[in-house]
Design a protein around this ligand. Structure first.
Ligand SMILES: Cc1cc2nc3c(=O)[nH]c(=O)nc-3n(C[C@H](O)[C@H](O)[C@H](O)COP(=O)(O)OP(=O)(O)OC[C@H]3O[C@@H](n4cnc5c(N)ncnc54)[C@H](O)[C@@H]3O)c2cc1C
Length: 364
């Protein structure tokens, strides 16, 4: 068994920021990520981010990733393990990692779970035909590997991710035939939606996909209009010829490792589904196991960074190894996180967090 001070599972923005605080406080960190490159979701985001300058607004996602990676990668107290998947987490802080065809066991004084989120999917006939993708998969194909998912596509979901990925598809030369949305209103920012409309892409609200058509791969989809009770309206079915369908209907926090260690979870729809119950210092119900970022509720990279910095600082506090600017930075990031959640898209998160706080915490 290899002993470590702090293990961070996930090298996205939240994990990277937590690592920065910990190493600066003199804590040695093992940062584990299953991808070949650190940065999490950011590395496939080619668009410029919104928000405030403090969270790198107007900077492209992959550039933000590089800034965060550069902050930690050469620090003498960090060890980074890429292409390594954590497959086990136990309450004695033992972490089992699948790395280069071997299973390696580590034991840490504290663990931070920063595993991000997975994509939600939709149930409809033939939804397993090749050519049907999640939005994250489309971004990975296009923006990391330079591969187009198809020539003609329909996007399901008009949240920010659906709108942004639709724009990236257009930029890559794919014909986006429509963006469809089951709700009566568009979910994402108006600025993104207006841009798509100006580019001639219709956004059809109260519409869903009923069936995928094709033998070996997707050839067409059947769309249907929905009434005010979200029920299909008979006779409104319409066949659209496409060779790709992109599903962007939300993300679910990746709580599985925390469930494995029996950390208490709660289903909170405002946070994206099952999330670990955490205390004010991001500690789960299992002592010395912490969680942050999309793994504790779907938000944005900006809030994932702030949560990461804060969780790193809370861990320093718990391990009695204080960061040289422990108090000032804790106050600064708590303030910035609060400011982010005071925006129009923060209301849902705040409601979710209130519900989460009602959970019982047993960790010491
Ligand atoms: C299309 C799109 C557009 C977006 N646009 C914006 C935007 O404009 N502004 C904004 O602020 N946010 C945006 N976001 C959201 C933002 O990218 C996420 O909120 C943020 O990346 C979450 O950070 P995280 O560190 O919690 O998780 P992630 O970035 O998902 O990182 C989690 C990491 O954990 C690793 N991992 C998971 N499980 C394991 C395991 N078992 N073992 C080892 N490693 C594991 C993964 O490989 C990954 O690297 C966008 C997201 C998408 C998909």
């Amino acid at each position: 068994m290899i002993k470590k001070e702090l293990i961070i599972i996930g090298g996205g923005p939240s994990g990277l920021c937590a690592a920065k605080m910990a190493v600066e406080a003199g804590i040695s960190v093992l940062l584990i990520d299953r991808s070949p490159k650190l940065g999490g979701q950011l590395i496939k985001q080619t668009h410029k981010f919104f928000g405030s300058k403090a969270q790198y607004a107007k900077t492209r996602g992959y550039d933000i990733a590089q800034i965060l990676i550069n902050q930690v990668k050469d620090h003498p107290l960090i060890e980074i393990l890429n292409q390594a998947t954590v497959v086990g987490l136990y309450d004695d802080k033992v972490v089992t990692v699948h790395y280069q065809d071997q299973y390696i066991k580590y034991q840490a004084d504290a663990v931070i779970v920063a595993t991000g989120a997975s994509e939600k999917f939709l149930g409809f006939e033939n939804n397993d035909l090749p050519g049907i993708y999640g939005a994250g998969a489309v971004q990975t194909l296009m923006n990391l590997y330079g591969v187009l998912p198809g020539q003609e596509i329909i996007m399901v979901g008009s949240g920010n991710i659906g709108l942004i990925v639709s724009y990236q598809l257009l930029q890559a030369g794919v014909k986006v035939k429509a963006i469809i949305e089951a709700a009566p209103t568009i979910g994402g920012y108006k600025v993104h939606a207006s841009k798509m409309r100006r580019l001639g892409v219709p956004i059809l609200t109260q519409t869903t996909v009923q069936r995928a058509i094709g033998k070996e791969h997707l050839e067409a989809v059947e769309l249907v209009s929905l009434d005010e009770k979200w029920q299909p309206i008979a006779g409104s079915e319409k066949i659209e010829k496409v060779d790709a369908l992109c599903i962007s209907v939300g993300l679910s926090p990746m709580h599985q490792l925390l469930s494995m260690v029996n950390a208490k979870t709660k289903f909170i729809s405002e946070l994206g589904g099952f999330v670990p119950v955490i205390d004010d210092h991001h500690q789960t119900s299992v002592a010395n196991i912490f969680a942050c970022g999309d793994a504790v509720g779907i938000e944005e990279a900006s809030s994932a960074m702030m949560e990461g910095y804060l969780t790193g600082l809370y861990v320093c506090d718990k391990m009695h190894k204080h960061h040289p600017e422990q108090k000032a930075l804790t106050e600064k990031y708590e303030f910035e996180l609060d400011m982010l959640r005071n925006g129009p898209f923060g209301i849902k998160t705040k409601i979710g967090l209130e519900k989460l706080k009602k959970g019982e915490i047993h960790a010491e």
